[in-house]
Ligand binder design. Structure first.
Ligand SMILES: [Mg+2]
Length: 247
């Protein structure tokens, strides 16, 4: 059982780490501004300064990586997909990256048009320097695998993938057991647009607004200060549970 002093001191130290990391993030705002401009012009995502050379990337990762894992949902968090079945397609802004994916399921071929959430490339590139990145989706592997291949084209950012068969079914929903990705719950968080997904471990959940096709969405950028801070904490739950005190 932790001592009384330890029990009160740990959240306090974590809170100081949060403030410190948040200030660091504010000081690095030019990187984020650069990314926004790049997206507006639909140019290739600019590379963060920390990635300017293989050696500096290695140093940064070694300096800050604390063995933590971030688990990401797929649909309506990183992408949005529509089934192409001959119906009329909605008009989606030209700046949104998209890809057609053909899925073979039950001897049938289904064609999907997959839209990538704004700033998804920059988000994945950035957090994969901070965390082990895992994608955990309630979708079937036949569909999700090629989508993840598209998001992580050189297979360098996403370490593990979990699909529907790894979810816990409950009342028509699919709960995600993130302890599969990291058994130590002090070191793992789940970013998901569906709160029911983190019902098993609510203190580890990080909500994100559902994305369908809004071209100016910045929700992934908005998460970066929090994720930057969480990697410095000894227990991510000590920060994430503070939301309950303020809601
Ligand atoms: Mg989702």
């Amino acid at each position: 059982m932790p001592s009384r002093r330890h029990r009160y001191l740990t959240p306090f130290i974590d809170y100081l780490a949060l403030i410190y990391a948040y200030i660091r993030t504010l000081l690095s705002i030019p990187l984020r501004t650069q990314q926004r401009i790049a997206f507006g012009k639909t140019t290739t995502t600019s590379t963060p300064k920390a990635q300017s050379s293989p050696n500096s990337t290695k140093r940064t990762a070694l300096q800050y990586y604390k063995g933590k894992t971030v688990v990401l949902d797929l649909d309506e968090t990183l992408v949005h997909s529509v089934q192409l079945s001959g119906g009329k397609l909605q008009t989606v802004h030209a700046a949104i990256q998209r890809k057609q994916i053909e899925v073979q399921s039950n001897k049938q071929s289904i064609l999907y048009l997959v839209y990538k959430r704004p700033h998804a490339d920059f988000f994945l590139k950035t957090i994969s320097q901070w965390y082990k990145v895992v994608i955990f989706t309630a979708s079937m592997a036949e569909y999700a695998d090629p989508v993840i291949d598209w998001l992580d084209q050189d297979d360098s950012m996403v370490s593990q993938r979990y699909f529907r068969q790894s979810c816990v079914p409950k009342g028509g929903n699919y709960l995600k057991d993130i302890s599969l990705a990291e058994p130590d719950l002090s070191k793992v968080c789940l970013v998901d647009n569906s709160p029911v997904a983190y019902e098993l471990y609510q203190e580890n959940g990080i909500p994100i607004p559902t994305w369908l096709n809004a071209p100016n969405d910045e929700s992934l950028l908005d998460l970066l200060p929090l994720l930057d801070a969480l990697r410095f904490t000894s227990d991510v739950r000590s920060i994430l549970k503070l939301r309950k005190l303020t809601s």
